[in-house]
Design a binder for this molecule. Structure first.
Ligand SMILES: [Zn+2]
Length: 676
């Protein structure tokens, strides 16, 4: 361990070293610390207590916390950019023109009132013309193309069994509620939501002029319930081996006899670009085919009509916008009030041509020194990881060697892409909101489709730089940190290292750890999916599984909303990443001190600031309906538990805050889970 320590013992390890002339801040939001709460009993509440007591979730939000506050700041910066383009003479077909006109088309409410449903007429007409079951695959392919939810949705990504190629992957979809449980579970709250959903469908179809909307709504709900019943659970969908099912085109007929695959492959544009596709949930496709053959055609017509209305409602006249929000916002998430229109307009621009906006955002708001420091931090975390591998009691030398090989092959992306996405072929017109939305969806669909058969574009980003988030992609074995997350409370250039290691350092650790979580560890360093035990030895895999099994139990013991416990299996990968990420960030922080003792700032030791930095990142309040939605559909644990549980597994936390047996934050050694 000592010998390896030396590998990264140098002054450059300190991210804040360059600014050492002026005294550094602690970076801890002391005004939110609640001294009435014992850190040893409720650390999350101790760090965030005053904020939690004083804060009300804004009326237009379903949750509010560190991520949202930062996202609000970014949004007002984006607003400034877009406003400045509004009055300018933007060259035709430039990104600036597209941003300005897409936003303008969203803001022109009078035009939307005048247009009514007219912009969707051609779409409705093709659904009305559905007279034969063989047309259903054609409609699904078309919906895939224009971004309307359909019974299955394709994704183009790297072939998990051959990471040198792209693959077209069909995944189950088509529901209007967040998860199959909303349709199937016998629970009071979910049954209530079901009833609200039925009446929402009815009101939307009536607004669209349907005479028999009540009956239609019942039938649509029936069809979606039938889809839900044959869908895989979100836990089953986390299995990368079970969800990898390669089908040569000719073999698809056996999967769904009678389904017109030729029509689908032709309309989707896949034929001619590849000879096979991946089906994530084969049994679902088989069962869907039964529904295609057996459900009455008028029910399918109502369903497709409903899907069009629901997907486009935010871009229609006010009566549709309001009805859509009443369900999506209020019933599903508990949010009383829709966001101001300009915010929704920015969301549309961000979601449609995000990199065009991102290019302007980073030029104006992303200081280059943030990238330099971040590059250094990532290096330190990777080095801490590498040093740690040899010290793990549960991992034998053969597995450790493989783990290091994988670590060496990580790609790191920080800030923004080196090559910006080319939007030159996308047409945006000031007066055509629905047309713009459809063209942007088609553009994105074709951009992905065009990858099939082409070399892998390693410069591509899956998040825009203005996104307050980060990710790991197991198929590319890369970690990616958009510019927007490189700000306080995650990353504070004016603060001492401790809070930065507890914040962005743990975020980096989290993303690296995804490469070694229960899913990521099934891929090699080149992004190829392996069968068990993969690069583990069989006995090391058993050790790993025993530990992760304990982590499932640790999280499942908590119910953020009574009756809705955390699903420890659904959230396992993220919980592993938090658990490991925080542990590694702590080790990296200690290494950065290179044997020196950390300064005391604001009366807090370095280790105390490190853990407080972690807990303040997860400062958050969430409405109950949204909490239920996330518990049912989100692979992340609720913020409060992310900010609370990982440190309970670390002896360094107990030492930093003098946690002893009997304290609520104390976990008996046999209950602790340490992977790294
Ligand atoms: Zn994650």
């Amino acid at each position: 361990m000592n010998r390896l320590l030396a590998l990264i013992t140098c002054a450059a390890l300190s991210v804040a070293a360059a600014e050492a002339q002026t005294p550094l801040e602690s970076g801890i939001a002391l005004q939110y610390v609640d001294p009435a709460v014992r850190a040893q009993d409720a650390f999350y509440r101790y760090v965030n207590g005053k904020w939690l007591s004083a804060t009300q979730i804004p009326a237009d939000k379903f949750s509010y916390g560190s991520f949202d506050m930062l996202a609000d700041e970014v949004q007002s910066q984006l607003h400034t950019i877009v406003e400045s383009l509004q009055g300018a003479q933007n060259p035709p077909d430039s990104n600036a023109q597209k941003i300005a006109d897409l936003f303008a088309s969203f803001m022109d409410e009078a035009a939307l009132e005048r247009a009514g449903l007219q912009p969707l007429e051609a779409e409705f007409k093709s659904v009305q013309e559905l007279r034969q079951r063989s047309q259903i695959p054609v409609i699904i392919a078309h919906f895939n193309r224009i971004g309307v939810t359909a019974p299955y949705t394709p994704q183009v990504h790297l072939d998990a069994r051959d990471s040198t190629r792209y693959v077209f992957d069909l995944g189950q979809d088509g529901l209007g509620m967040p998860d199959r449980d909303y349709y199937l579970l016998d629970d009071v709250k979910l049954k209530q939501t079901r009833a609200l959903y039925r009446s929402h469908i009815e009101r939307m179809l009536r607004l669209a002029g349907d005479d028999d909307a009540g009956r239609e709504a019942q039938e649509v709900l029936g069809l979606e319930t039938a889809l839900a019943r044959v869908q895989w659970t979100k836990v089953e969908n986390r299995d990368p081996v079970k969800t990898y099912n390669k089908f040569e085109f000719a073999k698809l007929a056996a999967l769904a006899p009678g389904y017109d695959w030729n029509a689908y492959l032709r309309e989707s544009g896949v034929r001619g670009r590849t000879s096979y596709l991946v089906v994530s949930q084969p049994s679902y496709i088989t069962a869907l085919n039964h529904l295609v053959q057996s459900s009455p055609l008028p029910v399918w017509r109502s369903y497709f009509r409903w899907r069009l209305l629901s997907n486009f409602a935010p871009y229609l006249s006010k009566n549709f916008v309001d009805e859509d929000f009443a369900f999506q916002g209020t019933a599903l998430s508990g949010t009383p009030q829709n966001k101001e229109r300009w915010k929704r307009g920015l969301d549309l621009v961000d979601g449609s041509i995000g990199e065009a906006l991102g290019e302007l955002y980073v030029a104006r708001y992303f200081p280059p020194e943030s990238k330099a420091r971040m590059d250094q931090l990532v290096k330190n975390l990777l080095a801490a990881y590498a040093a740690d591998i040899d010290t793990l009691s549960w991992m034998g030398p053969a597995t450790a060697q493989k783990a290091k090989e994988k670590l060496n092959l990580f790609t790191v992306k920080v800030g923004y892409p080196t090559k910006w996405r080319d939007y030159s072929r996308l047409r945006i017109m000031a007066g055509e909101l629905t047309g713009n939305v459809i063209r942007a969806q088609v553009f994105e669909y074709e951009r992905n489709l065009n990858k099939l058969g082409q070399p892998i574009d390693r410069t591509e980003w899956d998040m825009s730089p203005q996104t307050v988030n980060a990710y790991y992609d197991p198929e590319k074995n890369e970690i990616v940190f958009p510019a927007a997350i490189l700000q306080p409370p995650f990353f504070n250039v004016h603060a001492d290292d401790a809070v930065n290691y507890g914040g962005i350092g743990a975020v980096i650790g989290h993303e690296i750890s995804h490469g070694f979580d229960d899913q990521g560890s099934q891929y090699d360093g080149l992004g190829n999916l392996l069968d068990a035990p993969g690069w583990f030895t069989t006995s090391d895999l058993a050790q790993f599984n025993a530990r992760t099994h304990s982590l499932v139990q640790q999280y499942s013991a908590y119910s953020p909303v009574p009756g809705f416990p955390i699903n420890g299996e659904l959230t396992l990968g993220e919980n592993i990443a938090d658990n490991s990420g925080l542990a590694i960030a702590y080790k990296a922080y200690r290494l950065s001190l290179a044997g020196a003792s950390a300064p005391v700032i604001d009366g807090l030791s370095g280790d105390q600031r490190f853990f407080m930095g972690w807990a303040q990142v997860w400062r958050d309040k969430t409405r109950d309906q949204q909490a239920i939605k996330w518990i049912k559909s989100d692979p992340h644990s609720p913020s409060e538990f992310r900010g609370l549980l990982p440190e309970m597994n670390l002896a360094a936390f107990d030492e930093a805050f003098d946690v002893k047996p009997g304290d609520h934050m104390y976990l008996a050694p046999d209950k602790r889970v340490t992977l790294w």
